[in-house]
Design a protein around this ligand. Structure first.
Ligand SMILES: Nc1nc2c(c(=O)[nH]1)N[C@H]1C(S)=C(S)[C@@H](COP(=O)(O)OP(=O)(O)OC[C@H]3O[C@@H](n4cnc5c(N)ncnc54)[C@H](O)[C@@H]3O)O[C@H]1N2
Ligand code: MOO
Ligand SMILES: [Mg+2]
Length: 395
């Protein structure tokens, strides 16, 4: 199954099981969450015309070349008097422009004379250096629609509108399972044949950034009855997200458990790394089984599980940003899966990590993004291809 078809199917299923319950949280606690209601402005921003410069406010018609006396000083945070005709006001950046003034000149283009009058040295234009009332937003305007994922900028915007709290979709409850008899948590001694569990901390970190509530379900041994039992015990979660145990090995039981006790919806995608990604339901609960190799876990989480989780929360725009860059490498052999290579930019071209094995997580630490090599294509150096920043898909 091609990657687009798998993503389309995942998004369709996510869209048919939306999480709608909302909660109101203090602004600072909403980062990474999804807005449950439209954010409509209750004020004009800025609330009044204000100065963009430190300088002088005047009525343009009063400037005939004769220096103007200064009739008031206006700092940010003050309420000015209307401008006296025939005068100018000393004004500082962010201060309200007094009624009657229609122009601000910066102090670099003004000369304060010994008699405390001001002469302007450059031609003046109406409205120059004045930030008009409502230039950012006006009362009643839709600023952020429901379904917007809140990042730092959205938090700043909400704060600028005076919001101390926002209504956000409740956290998606995700049970994280690491499958594999070989896995040991860091801090424990390693026995023969064992490796440390790296996927658990990866998934927990990405999920926390997405605002999910992580139910850490620990390590699952490679054994079918235990797999069935542990899946059944996970309780009230919105998604089971596991790693490993989805390929065709004799110790890969997750797909089997789904086939036997639920539904298996997607399997064997034309994606590299990540081919055995598995999607299904276990007793009605959606399950995404990511392949166990850490770089496969990363690629399939970023490109499939993350969009699924965002769509469950009502986010429409879930496709990661892709932009075209020239290849700084050649790709002479066409593949039958769409390949996501860990890459970084050097001298304006994408170069790839020397070892693209899906077991090598250092490739992703070295990388700034993934480059997308389409199935059945070859590349020569200088050919253009898509670059997906990792900050975009893991943030
Ligand atoms: N005969 C075939 N063998 C394999 C195929 C295939 O098509 N035919 N596909 C390969 C591909 S591609 C991948 S990807 C892997 C995926 O395997 P699983 O998802 O079943 O994962 P495991 O076999 O359990 O583990 C794979 C690999 O990753 C290591 N691993 C697993 N979990 C963790 C963890 N939490 N932290 C760190 N490392 C982990 C595990 O030790 C294995 O080395 O299957 C190929 N085989
Ligand atoms: O898909 Mo596997 O993920 O090639 O290593
Ligand atoms: Mg396996």
């Amino acid at each position: 199954m091609p990657v687009e078809a798998a993503l389309a199917r995942l998004l369709e299923l996510a869209g048919s099981a939306p999480i709608r319950e909302a909660e109101r949280l203090p602004l600072a606690a909403t980062e990474g969450r999804v807005l449950a209601e439209d954010l409509v402005s209750s004020l004009d921003l800025p609330p009044w015309p204000n100065s963009a410069m430190d300088g002088y406010a005047l009525r343009l018609a009063d400037w005939q070349g004769e220096p103007l006396p200064v009739s008031q000083r206006i700092f940010a945070g003050q309420a000015p008097q209307p401008l006296l005709p025939g005068t100018c006001a000393r004004i500082f950046t962010g201060a309200p422009v007094p009624a009657g003034a229609d122009c601000v000149e910066m102090q670099e283009n003004a000369e304060l004379q010994d008699d405390q009058r001001v002469r302007f040295t450059q031609p003046l234009k109406a409205q120059q250096n004045i930030r008009p009332q409502g230039q950012e937003t006006t009362v009643g305007e839709l600023v952020l629609p429901a379904g917007t994922r809140l990042g730092s900028v959205e938090l700043g915007l909400a704060a600028s509108l005076g919001c101390a709290e926002l209504a956000v979709i409740r956290p998606v409850r995700v049970a994280v399972l690491s499958t594999g008899d070989e896995l040991v948590e860091p801090g424990q001694p390693l026995g023969p044949g064992q490796i440390y569990n790296s996927n658990r901390v990866l998934l927990c970190s990405w999920l926390k950034r997405l605002g999910c509530a992580v139910v850490d379900a620990g390590i699952l041994p490679d054994d079918l009855p235990t797999t069935r039992q542990r899946l059944a015990e996970l309780g009230d979660v919105d998604l089971i997200l596991s790693t490993g145990g989805v390929s065709v090995g004799e110790a890969d039981f997750l797909g089997i458990a789904l086939r036997e006790e639920g539904e298996l919806d997607l399997w064997k995608l034309a994606i590299k790394p990540g081919k055995p990604l598995t999607f299904g339901h276990f007793r009605g609960v959606p399950v995404i089984g990511l392949p166990g190799n850490p770089a496969s876990t990363l690629v399939t989480f970023a490109l499939l599980a993350r969009p699924y989780l965002l769509r469950r929360q009502g986010v429409q725009d879930v496709e990661p940003l892709r932009f075209q860059v020239p290849a700084g490498f050649a790709w002479p052999k066409p593949g039958n899966r769409r390949e996501y290579l860990r890459a970084r930019m050097e001298n304006g071209r994408a170069i790839i990590y020397r070892n693209q094995s899906s077991g090598v997580l250092r490739s992703a630490s070295w990388a700034e993004g993934l480059v997308e090599v389409l199935e059945g294509t070859t590349l020569a150096e200088g050919d253009w291809l898509n670059f997906i920043p990792l900050s975009e898909v893991l943030g």
